[in-house]
Design a protein around this ligand. Structure first.
Ligand SMILES: NC(=O)c1ccc[n+]([C@@H]2O[C@H](COP(=O)([O-])OP(=O)(O)OC[C@H]3O[C@@H](n4cnc5c(N)ncnc54)[C@H](O)[C@@H]3O)[C@@H](O)[C@H]2O)c1
Length: 212
């Protein structure tokens, strides 16, 4: 299998964490081809953490560079649509961090661009790989638990202190994050709820809450 050369857009918490794992070789068939951030301090941090990896100051240049077959988008939410569509139009595969989009029309544009390009599109709902949730799904699907009539899920292990909300200028703001807990903290839980074969017949959430 050929390697995919991936460029990481947004070198904050998630971008850096993904990039380090890829550089370490944790993802088979994937090579860290480039990184990009508009903040020079974040790129300076990449000099030390990701030595020798080409750097870009804007996403358009990285997408057009010819260095990448795919792009990993880890910037604040409102820009997910713009870079996803641009990357598909340039013939790249896209892994976009959750929540995907902020409002319905953005999500529809992203899906349309993916379909047109024929490239792979993935939104970062990595909790589907968590063995606990995989096991629950297996038990529900097998019928072992019988007919599920009601589900109550209280998430107790993802407590977010004020320091988390203060950790980036966009986080927890309506203007830049685009929503409250359902858009930023709970999309994973909602995704798991509506994951086909999980509780799909019993609950139906729609991820994009606003419409234009
Ligand atoms: N999958 C998960 O479990 C998980 C966990 C945390 C965050 N996230 C998601 O990851 C994304 C990023 O979150 P984060 O916590 O890393 O945020 P962050 O603030 O730590 O990092 C964002 C980075 O993007 C850069 N940036 C902003 N606009 C840019 C642009 N136009 N071009 C290039 N760089 C730009 C910023 O300078 C910053 O370095 C969000 O969508 C968030 O919801 C996912």
């Amino acid at each position: 299998m050929n390697k995919t050369r991936i460029g990481v857009l947004g070198m904050g918490n998630m971008g850096m964490s993904h990039a380090k794992r890829i550089l370490k070789g944790n993802v088979p068939h994937m090579e860290l081809a480039a990184v990009c951030d508009i903040d020079p301090a974040r790129l300076a941090a990449c000099d030390e953490a990701l030595p020798g990896v080409p750097q870009f100051k804007n996403g358009e240049e990285m997408i057009a560079s010819g260095l990448c077959d795919s792009i990993l988008i880890a910037v604040p939410h409102y820009d997910h649509e713009k870079y996803t569509v641009e990357a598909f139009e340039a013939g790249l595969h896209v892994y976009c961090e959750k929540p995907g989009a902020v409002y319905t029309l953005q999500g529809l544009h992203m899906i349309e661009a993916a379909k047109k390009s024929g490239k792979v599109f993935c939104v970062g709902f990595q909790q589907r790989t968590n063995p606990t949730f995989r096991k629950i799904r297996e038990m529900v699907r097998s019928g072992e638990l019988g007919h599920i009539k009601k589900v109550i899920w209280i998430v107790t292990n993802w407590y977010r202190p004020q320091a988390y909300h203060d950790s980036s200028s966009w986080r927890s703001t309506w203007k830049l994050e685009g929503g409250g807990t359902i858009v930023n903290q709970n999309p994973h839980n909602i995704d798991l709820f509506q994951w086909k074969g999980m509780f799909f017949r019993h609950t139906c959430f729609w991820m994009f809450l606003k419409s234009r």
